[in-house]
Design a protein around this ligand. Structure first.
Ligand SMILES: [Zn+2]
Ligand SMILES: [Zn+2]
Length: 104
């Protein structure tokens, strides 16, 4: 599961009796009840991914943040699901964490 806002990997989190998925950008997703058995698998695999994500550091590039006018942002790319779609470039401001995407 990926965040639709910034493209990062969603992380599982306990919220009361429910399990929700959340992202560091503030996005949260509550999975549907019927996905009960699938959810367990998702949570397990997400835990593995979470460890990888902690050591992952995106390179910094020159890019202007439209929110705070900072000129340095973290940069990464991600292939969207459709094979015919171009690679999407992601930028995350190093100052205010504003994340945006750019289509090539
Ligand atoms: Zn996000
Ligand atoms: Zn910014």
């Amino acid at each position: 599961m990926f965040c639709p806002k910034c493209g990062a990997i969603l992380r599982p989190k306990e919220k009361g009796t429910k399990r929700i998925l959340y992202c560091t950008c503030g996005f949260t997703k509550e999975p549907k009840e019927e996905a009960g058995t699938e959810l367990k698998e998702t949570v397990q695999s997400n835990k593995k991914i979470e460890v990888i994500e902690q050591v992952e550091i995106h390179p910094k590039v020159r890019a202007r943040c439209e929110k705070c006018q900072n000129t340095i942002a973290y940069f990464w790319t991600q292939q969207t699901r459709g094979a015919d779609e171009p690679e999407t470039r992601f930028f995350k401001c190093t100052k205010c964490s504003h994340t945006w995407r750019e289509y090539s």
